[in-house]
Design a protein. Sequence first.
Length: 385
Amino acid sequence: MFADRTNWNLEENRLTRALARRRTAGASILDLSASNPTTCGFSFDEAAILRALANRGALHYSPDPLGLPSARAAVRDYYAQLGAAIAPEEILLTTGTSEAYSFVFRTLCNPGDEILIPTPSYPLFDFLAEIHDVRPQRYSLLYDHGWQIDLYSIERAIGPRTRAVIVVHPNNPTGHYAKAAEAVQLAEICARHDMALIADEVFYDFSFLPAAPASFAAGSNVLTFVLSGLSKICGLPQMKAGWIATVGPAHAKENALARLEVIADTYLSMNAPVQCALPSLLALRRDFQKQLVARAKKNLAELDAQLASHRNCSRLEIEGGWNAVLRVPAIRADEDAAIDMLESRGVYVHPGHFYDFPGDGHMVVSLIVPTEQFAEGIARVLSFF
């Protein structure tokens, strides 16, 4: 009686079971995988957030498939500050970035069509694609004194049913931005094969570089959907507010926006209180971002200091985002090492295979963990190796 698309293997992996056993036993755990900013000790302007949610405009129902004009204007202003000129009519609000992916997949793909996804990257894409009867195909990210997109692997992965390429800018968990030359080449590939580009920029504002590379919203000669939202930008995942900014050649853009509007009008899922609050919430983002980047840089410095006296481990280059990738001895499977580390050292990290790293020898740690906890956790990780 159930659809094939939901016929997943839902059995917990061995590391998750080991974590559950330790929690059930009441044993201490130093969690270096934290991704929820609301539980990591950051300071939020609670009064301002609550005032924004008390907007009297939310008492009236004024449905707009694209989202309230005031909220879309706030998103337009956000991009203007990034140097990207986008009209409010080119922005569609969604209930989070996952819904944004859903709308874009529905706009581009028939059942059985393909989307190219980067690897390593976060594992959400497989579920999002399969839920919409889309087949995810992988292209490679290569590491050689820094990360780069394997453009040749994109060319090899393209088939007659490939509809789009996803680029995460910066990628999670590798923390690298697409370079300007790579963006140009991606657009050329997409134009040549009549494909769209989907740019996930949820971590865009968290750069460790003197200046972050340009947003894909700044313009493209190929149809491009830029996805982001409040979850990361403002550290407010509970608000469930995201958006799609559509750029590219006029005809393709207008066609895409018309189709997206019909999909959005069918659901009208974005709730009024968060839409009314969105301009105020976006205006609060800088203080949170300043806190997070400061902590991430401090934790990165702590990590480097501890690695300096350790012969067996190192870290990969990182340009932004919330995570760091450790290179560790590949003497056993990453998941086995993570389980042993949890049981013997009481520290929890994500093994590289969670993100489809090729081969063993990688561990992913969060840079938003409170600093003292991070320092102790890293010390335990390095002592394990």
